[in-house]
Design a protein around this ligand. Structure first.
Ligand SMILES: Nc1ncnc2c1ncn2[C@@H]1O[C@H](COP(=O)(O)OP(=O)(O)O)[C@@H](O)[C@H]1O
Ligand SMILES: [Mg+2]
Length: 277
């Protein structure tokens, strides 16, 4: 069914329309791989905090599948929180249990899975993330990349229909970042898992996004495909960088006269260069 926001506004300070988010209209379809971009302070984290009702709109409304916000007083907010798994920036700060497995079972148990269901779900996700061998270790003994994966496994173990990440690769080394993004992509392609990710990494956007929105001062200034984004005449107003493939192709065009062609996958660039050689 998907997520829709209608004229959602949230401001942290009264009479201050420059902070938070302002009047956002947005539709997120099931199966999307949506990247949310924009400068620091543009409202990205505020937006995603609304998707699992961590923040409630001060005006406007949201629909998340069958659930509507503002909701009725009697509404069990956990129903929504299980549907939308939200991974904050540096989610590993919230690891606390004695073992990786226990940490990953915490979410499902909180959502009233039986102990057996919680365990089998946690084990399944640890397997998916290729970290089953860590299950009996203390989360505090792990490397940064492993901790991040464990924290994300804990969110995925509750089987959320929508997975939302606030800068999932921030602070991770190249290898750990690539592994994580590749996994998200695989889930999206093979299991139609909806992924919503805040990122500053334009190579990530170029490689994986099915749709991109750009926020600026709390408003959506772009909503479309990555091709439309990177080829937009307005691009310089968005405060974003170009992906590496575009930088290389622009450089070659300037230095060698190669006809510029916007390409977003390294394999496509190599093919184009061979064709032109
Ligand atoms: N707890 C808060 N109190 C006051 N202002 C805040 C708070 N959190 C965020 N803001 C302000 O709201 C705006 C959007 O913040 P945020 O959603 O965190 O942006 P982003 O995630 O894009 O960096 C910024 O101007 C920020 O300073
Ligand atoms: Mg943020």
């Amino acid at each position: 069914m998907g997520i829709s926001l209608q004229k959602v506004s949230f401001h942290y300070t009264k009479n201050q329309s420059k902070d938070g988010i302002n009047n956002l209209d947005l539709i997120i379809n099931e199966g999307d791989f949506l990247c949310i971009c924009g400068a620091t302070g543009s409202g990205k984290s505020t937006l995603v905090a609304h998707l699992n009702a961590l923040l409630l709109p001060q005006s406007g409304s949201l629909k998340i599948d069958e659930y509507s916000i503002p909701f009725k007083r009697s509404f069990n907010i956990n129903l929504l929180r299980q549907k939308v798994g939200l991974s904050f920036q540096f989610p590993e700060y919230q690891l606390f249990a004695n073992s990786v497995l226990a940490d990953c079972m915490f979410g499902p148990l909180n959502f009233k899975f039986s102990k057996e269901q919680a365990q089998s779900s946690a084990l399944r996700v640890l397997e998916l993330l290729k970290i089953s061998d860590l299950k009996d270790q203390s989360p505090l003994e792990l490397s940064g990349g492993q901790m991040r994966k464990v924290a994300i496994a804990g969110i995925m173990a509750s089987n959320p229909q929508y997975l939302v990440f606030d800068e999932p690769t921030r602070g991770l080394d190249q290898k750990a970042s690539q592994e994580l993004l590749q996994l998200f992509y695989q889930l999206n392609q093979e299991k139609q898992q909806t992924i919503i990710a805040i990122t500053h990494d334009m190579d990530f956007v170029a490689k994986y996004a099915s749709r991109v929105i750009v926020l600026k001062e709390g408003e959506i200034v772009f909503n479309g495909s990555k091709e439309e984004l990177f080829e937009s005449h307005n691009f310089s107003n968005f405060g974003l960088d170009y992906p590496s493939t575009i930088k290389v192709l622009k450089y070659l065009s300037q230095e060698t006269g190669l006809v510029f062609k916007p390409l977003y996958q390294v394999a496509e660039v190599l093919e184009y260069l061979q064709e032109k050689a």
